[in-house]
Design a protein around this ligand. Structure first.
Ligand SMILES: C=C1C[C@]23C[C@@]1(O)CC[C@H]2[C@@]12CCC[C@@](C)(C(=O)O1)[C@H]2[C@@H]3C(=O)O
Ligand SMILES: O=C(O)CCC(=O)C(=O)O
Ligand SMILES: [Fe+2]
Length: 376
């Protein structure tokens, strides 16, 4: 994917009103998504009393394919275990994320996402579509984050890190050096790309799609040319979590997103007819969300899932999203095997970059703006 945002992103700048979240004893009004009294507005409903739960699928189960198919059709999201990603790599990525967000605010702001770049530190891109601020901070990585890290940890990184760790967080939970952080991110990206390719075939396989049907998956069918972004999210502990919002409801623009969450829950998905359902962290598990481009590719058979992140009173929450999309030159359209005289193609072809531009401009109306005919 391109490292520069589309012109539409630049026309909708996200202002950096970044705060030091630790300085608030009470939730400021600009972060309050509901009034203290309106217990059940559409933003609030917690979904905690719901008995239905998002499927957890063991990838070593011989039945994984139909289970994934069912989860995609009914939920648009599932969790996977036995996925082959070493737990040491996930732990390391959590430490990297913790290290980065533990830096002082002024330091983090030096690596702010600029108007010319998709990458860097800042508030969620979708912030400009909501009247209230979100209780979170993020760091987006597309390509090498080295230039941003140079700003975060200037000159003698190692010395800075040690001085900083003495005052802020226990040394043992942080990283030793800059190179280790870059290597950790690279390794994470490689491992996630491998898993994304595998999940793509399990998902498409459950629709009867084979390697011959998706030429852009490459000669080996490993989606090696697929593009991706890594989004690190931090949701600090919040004095009034029921009235705050970590990340507002949205769908991802991706084919699929693989999400690692630390041991604090917060992710919720919206299920038609049920409402908001919490996706609890499963030890060693990873969440897989279907995005808008898979919705288009599957001709609406596998819908993208609306999701959001809530926050917690006493615990900070961290998540790492691997946002996986097609190679930048590829136009995504409903797979020919899924269309025919009785099932017309519902969406027109679109590249990921074109889609991201539309999302930046029209947010939750982006998907329907590519729709060719309205459903009966
Ligand atoms: C590749 C991308 C998808 C994303 C926009 C981005 O350019 C990089 C950040 C991604 C993210 C992560 C949080 C939710 C989201 C909607 C957002 O605002 O930024 C997604 C974007 C997306 O999927 O459209
Ligand atoms: O933190 C989470 O649980 C959700 C993150 C997310 O939706 C995203 O980064 O796109
Ligand atoms: Fe998301």
């Amino acid at each position: 994917m391109p490292s520069k945002p589309s012109e539409d992103y630049q026309a909708h700048p996200v202002h950096l009103k970044h705060q030091d979240f630790t300085s608030f004893q009470e939730l400021p009004d600009s972060f309050a998504w509901t009034q203290r009294s309106d217990d059940d507005s559409h933003y609030l409903s917690t979904g905690d009393s719901i008995s239905e739960s998002v499927p957890v699928i063991d990838l070593s189960d011989p039945n994984a394919l139909p289970l994934i198919g069912h989860a995609c059709k009914t939920w648009g999201v599932f969790q996977v275990t036995n996925h082959g990603v070493p737990s040491t790599l996930l732990d390391n990525m959590e430490r990297i994320t913790k290290t980065l967000f533990s830096l002082p605010v002024q330091q983090k702001l030096k690596a702010s996402r600029s108007l010319e770049s998709v990458s860097g530190y800042g508030v969620a891109r979708i912030s400009s579509f909501f009247p209230k601020q979100m209780w979170s901070e993020g760091f987006t990585i597309v390509g090498s984050p080295v230039e941003h890290f140079r700003k975060l940890w200037p000159e003698d990184y190692s010395r800075y890190c040690i001085v900083f760790t003495v005052y802020y967080v226990p040394y043992s939970s942080l990283m030793a050096g800059w190179e280790e952080i870059l290597d950790g991110i690279k390794e994470y990206e490689e491992e996630m790309k491998r898993l994304a390719g595998r999940l793509m075939w399990l998902t498409l396989g459950s629709l009867g799609i084979t390697k011959e049907d998706v030429k852009w998956a490459g000669l080996k069918g490993d989606f090696k040319e697929g593009s991706a972004a890594v989004q690190l999210n931090h949701y600090p502990a919040c004095p009034d979590p029921d009235r705050a919002m970590g990340l507002a409801p949205h769908t991802d623009s991706t084919l699929l997103t693989i999400l690692y969450q630390n041991n604090t829950s917060g992710l919720q998905v919206h299920k038609e007819g049920t409402g908001w359902v919490t996706v609890p962290p499963v030890p060693g598990g990873l969440v897989v969300n279907l995005g808008d481009l898979l919705h288009i590719l599957s001709n609406g058979l596998y819908p993208s899932v609306l999701h959001r992140a809530k926050v917690n009173r006493s615990r900070q929450r961290l998540s790492v999203a691997y946002l996986f999309g097609p190679p930048s030159s590829v136009k995504i359209s409903p797979l020919s095997k899924l269309v025919g005289p009785s099932q017309l193609p519902l969406y027109r072809p679109v590249t990921w970059n074109e889609y991201l531009g539309t999302k930046a401009k029209h947010f939750n109306k982006a998907l329907s703006s590519f729709r060719l005919c309205t459903p009966l």
